[in-house]
Design a protein around this ligand. Structure first.
Ligand SMILES: O=C(O)C(=O)C[C@H](O)[C@@H](O)CO
Length: 265
């Protein structure tokens, strides 16, 4: 069989693609989300309880649907990256990329020798469809999409160099970490943070790289779409459930919960 096509990578063609965070860590919840029409879903291995086997289950659950999976690793560990690629993740997002050297190391972690250091799993792996894809080693990189997250003041300082790294396909700005990192906790709308986000967006676009961001608040998402962001996460499944639950309960037991429904982080 042919190397599976990466629907996320091919959809980055200038039109904004809307996604949702998948944070429950179960195939069942991921499959429900996959039926709702989002262009892409982020299986979060950084902040959600998602060990590698749980990610595998979610990739399998989403496979029949049009929502493209994006898998976020918890760190830069090449061993973890190898395992995520081996189970068939083709779009990989890596948090906290602060320098071009880190971005280069991540590219090498996704490539087989001589371009990189990825080990060969061959027929053991879902990525090769258990060896049904005959030229996997030679062609795998063509369908991989590496998204680096820039979400610190240092990352912003280096964003032009990070975006220029060959093999980096996209830059994703993490507004929660970025705003926290510069002392504006919970306020990515602060003008200083917005200026940093704009700088990162402009740098990625100038380098010809796709640019993504998380924006659960609709006015933010609309503004970023107007700027020209290529992919925007407009929801977090866990928050969506909680908001719906709070709003439903509020109709029957007003004031029962002191928690305010929120569409932020
Ligand atoms: O900094 C951000 O924003 C992100 O990286 C996304 C968060 O990690 C996500 O978990 C939402 O809180």
């Amino acid at each position: 069989m042919q190397l599976p096509r990466n629907p996320f990578k091919h959809a980055l063609n200038g039109q904004t693609r809307y996604g949702c965070w998948a944070g429950f860590g179960t195939a069942y919840a991921a499959e429900i989300l996959a039926t709702t029409g989002f262009d892409w879903l982020l299986i979060d291995g950084e902040h959600a309880p998602n060990p590698v086997p749980a990610v595998l289950g979610q990739l399998q659950a989403m496979a029949p649907y049009d929502s493209a999976p994006v898998v976020r690793a918890v760190n830069h560990d090449p061993s973890l990256i190898k395992r995520l690629l081996d189970i068939g993740a083709q779009t990989l997002m890596v948090p906290m990329v602060d320098t071009a050297e880190q971005a280069e190391a991540l590219v090498r972690a996704t490539r087989f020798p001589p371009q990189g250091i990825r080990g060969v799993g061959g027929g053991l792996t879902r990525a090769t469809r258990w060896d049904a894809v005959p030229d996997y080693i030679e062609t795998a990189h063509q369908e991989l999409c590496l998204i680096v997250q820039v979400e610190s003041p240092q990352g912003i300082d280096n964003v032009e160099a990070i975006a220029a790294v060959e093999g980096v396909d996209a830059v994703f700005i993490g507004p929660a970490d970025l705003s926290t990192g510069v002392g504006h906790i919970g306020n990515p709308g602060h003008p200083d943070v917005q200026a940093m986000i704009r700088r990162a967006f402009d740098a990625a676009q100038a380098a010809g790289k796709a640019t993504g961001i998380l924006a659960p608040a609709e006015p933010d998402a609309r503004r970023y779409a107007e700027w020209g962001f290529d992919f925007i996460a407009v929801g977090i499944d866990i928050s969506l459930l909680r908001q719906a639950a709070l709003q439903t309960m509020e109709r029957y037991k007003p004031g029962a919960s002191r928690a305010t429904p929120s569409d932020t982080y």
